[in-house]
Write a protein that binds this ligand. Structure first.
Ligand SMILES: Cc1cc2nc3c(=O)[nH]c(=O)nc-3n(C[C@H](O)[C@H](O)[C@H](O)COP(=O)(O)OP(=O)(O)OC[C@H]3O[C@@H](n4cnc5c(N)ncnc54)[C@H](O)[C@@H]3O)c2cc1C
Length: 309
């Protein structure tokens, strides 16, 4: 296995999954930001690491750093988990190098110099298989596709500090931390998810109480986080958000558009609570409850509490 792969991690939490995926394609050099756990890089099989200075979370600076590491290492493949940051940084770096790029890959194979990717296209409704024989190839993988496993053998890691060189155009006036939840939804065992069936933010209390009774994490459809700002961005589930695979997924007041469904398909059991019998979510659900959530949720939560008593 002599191929060189550069894995770009935009946070320490990405390392186990990203490196497990990257190891299948060759020897892995990691590029990451200053909040790095060198022990984890070693355990998950990196042979070298470039640690960028502050500013790495700005995709312009990251794009610059990716390009520099690409020129130094000369990899056949550059890999990241699909996020807003990775897509922008990779677009910038691949464009400046004139290199091909695949985003949002479900599967990626490399054989005889040909990189073949299965990708979600047309809003998540279709999967396209595409290939290129260019080198290097940039690819972002949909999160949640690989179960992390430590490398069978580990090597002494060579660590290089990297000055990113800063953004390539413009200046950053202010950086504000994004509101983040303490929990990673993609690993939750039970999820209660809310949609636009809720009329106002205060009503989410009904779902919070149900989640508490079930020991569940709370998720949502995109409009609840993106448009209404009722919940943090990292709680939105679907094509452009988190992909979840819980034992139980309870969708409340969610219509079940394709972009939401692709993020919940790996749930073991799906329960839909929606008062419209023709809502698409009912076709995906193992159990459908056709009811007004305002009447049904308090009863369900009370029953669950009774069972626990
Ligand atoms: C490129 C792209 C990416 C996208 N990515 C995502 C994504 O990652 N995740 C995502 O979720 N969406 C995504 N979307 C948006 C998606 O297409 C839908 O618009 C969105 O999922 C709809 O959210 P919703 O189900 O909450 O709202 P709606 O579609 O408005 O559905 C609300 C549902 O609530 C029901 N309801 C109303 N009142 C009650 C009541 N009292 N009791 C019970 N049920 C009730 C209604 O019958 C309806 O079915 C994306 C769109 C695009 C174009």
């Amino acid at each position: 296995m002599s191929s060189k792969v550069v894995a770009v991690a935009f946070g320490a939490e990405e390392v186990p999954e990203l490196l497990t995926a990257a190891r299948q394609y060759g020897n892995v050099t990691v590029l990451t930001g200053p909040e790095v756990d060198i022990g984890a890089l070693r355990r998950f099989g990196a042979v070298a690491a470039y640690v960028a200075e502050d500013g790495f979370m700005d995709p312009r600076a990251a794009g610059h750093a990716v390009r520099r590491v690409c020129e130094e290492v000369g990899p056949e493949l550059l890999l990241a988990l699909s996020t807003k940051n990775s897509r922008e940084a990779f677009t910038r770096a691949s464009h400046s190098l004139g290199a091909p790029m695949f985003t949002d890959c479900l599967e990626l194979t490399v054989e005889g110099g040909v990189v073949r990717a299965s990708r979600l296209v047309l809003g998540g409704g279709y999967v396209a298989t595409q290939e290129t024989s260019g080198s290097p190839v940039f690819a972002t993988l949909m999160p949640g596709r690989v179960t992390p496993s430590e490398a069978p053998s580990q090597v002494d890691l060579k660590v290089v500090e990297l000055v990113t060189g800063g953004p390539t155009n413009g200046t950053v006036k202010e950086v504000r931390p994004v509101e983040r939840s303490a929990v990673d939804l993609s690993r939750a065992e039970v999820v209660v998810s809310v949609g636009r069936g809720f009329k106002k933010k205060e009503d989410l209390k009904l779902a919070e109480e149900l989640a508490k009774a079930l020991g569940a994490e709370l998720g949502c459809s995109r409009p609840i986080a993106g448009d209404l700002k009722w919940m943090p961005e990292d709680r939105h589930i679907g094509l452009s958000g988190k992909w979840v695979s819980p034992k139980l997924y309870v969708a409340v007041g969610i219509s079940g558009q394709m972009q939401h469904i692709v993020g919940i398909r790996r749930s073991r059991v799906i329960v839909a609570i929606n008062n419209d019998p023709s809502a698409p979510i009912h076709k995906e659900a193992d159990y459908s409850v056709i009811a007004d959530l305002y009447q049904f949720l308090p009863v369900l939560t009370e029953k669950l509490k009774e069972v626990k008593r």
